[in-house]
Ligand binder design. Structure first.
Ligand code: ATP
Ligand code: MG
Length: 283
């Protein structure tokens, strides 16, 4: 992957607080993870034979059943799947946040991983800039935080409290917080799921811009087929704990929902999701 000329070296990260979302996760309950977790140095993601099972689930409780997935450095992959198909479970496994589950397999991810969730998970008692730089150390951290906030259109709001921001603005702070860490892998679990349709479309443009500028690999979980096609290089469908379909989007330039190639892809993905033809409109 070509290195962006303006790319900044990552700030010093306190290993105890590198992924602030970790602190929001409850402590281990009953999980036994026997997977092998390693770090890749080239920004790639490689998952092999990943199994995840919650003790009290249906049948044998398996949510992921020997799942294999590779993501190239800087590649944008969207993942679709019915509710309960295991998308968040996969994302949590990649983030190393799945302490309450049984499982095996191998996971190799880059060193710097950031996570964005559907809710912004900002600390209400910390100002916007402090939320963005939480857990980071170093002389340039403040400056980087201010830069990232400007990139997401929030210049001048550094000293605001999270409650003074709209939902879309809070989610932009969350994106700034993830990017200040210069992630090689950005994991996003329905990051726009709680936003209204118009804000959502604006966020798509913002995410595309940020992606082009920072070039992380991205794994985006979404329920929105069009969102997946608009944003991703490749879309995968999760079903029965495995990947049922992989499609390359392969549409250059702005992706127009009226483009017949877009419509073909949409139909293919909806079919893989088990949505009958009669229920497919409007999106
Ligand atoms: N902590 C948990 N304990 C027990 N079962 C769980 C736990 N987390 C998830 N599950 C179960 O695992 C299955 C997959 O959940 P997961 O959250 O990964 O689905 P998902 O694809 O992200 O769904 P959604 O689209 O609704 O967010 C579901 O049946 C869910 O009930
Ligand atoms: Mg989920």
């Amino acid at each position: 992957m070509a290195t962006h000329p303006g790319r900044l070296s990552p700030p010093d990260i306190d290993p105890d607080t590198r992924v602030p979302e970790r602190s929001a996760v409850p402590p281990p309950v009953h999980g036994v993870l026997a997977d092998e977790r390693t770090t890749t140095t080239d920004g790639t993601v490689v998952v092999r034979d990943l199994v995840r099972a919650y003790g009290l689930g249906e049948g044998d409780g398996r949510v992921l059943r020997g799942l294999d997935l590779s993501i190239a450095a800087g590649e944008f992959v969207a993942i679709l799947g019915r509710s309960g198909s295991g998308k968040s479970t996969l994302l949590r496994a990649l983030a190393g946040l799945d302490h309450d589950v049984h499982g095996t397999g191998t996971i190799a991810v880059p060193d710097r991983v950031s996570v964005v969730f559907q809710d912004s998970r900002l600390l209400p008692w910390a100002r916007v800039l402090d939320n963005v730089t939480l857990g980071l150390k170093g002389s340039r951290v403040r400056e980087l935080g201010v830069e990232r906030l400007a990139e997401v259109g929030l210049a001048g709001r550094e000293r605001a409290w999270p409650t003074e921001l709209s939902g879309g603005e809070q989610q932009r702070v969350s994106l700034a917080r993830s990017l200040v860490r210069e992630p090689q892998l950005l994991l996003a679990d329905e990051p726009f799921g709680a936003l209204d349709a118009l804000t959502r479309i604006r966020m798509h443009g913002l995410l595309r811009d940020l992606y082009a500028r920072h070039e992380p690999a991205v794994l985006l979980v979404t329920h929105d087929v069009d969102e997946a096609i608009v944003l991703a290089d490749r879309v995968i469908v999760l079903d029965q704990g495995q990947i049922a379909l992989h499609v390359e989007v392969g549409i250059d330039g702005p992706r127009d929902t009226a483009d017949p190639r877009f419509a073909d892809l949409r139909a293919q993905l909806l079919a893989a999701l088990g949505v009958p033809l009669t229920e497919r409109a409007p999106l």
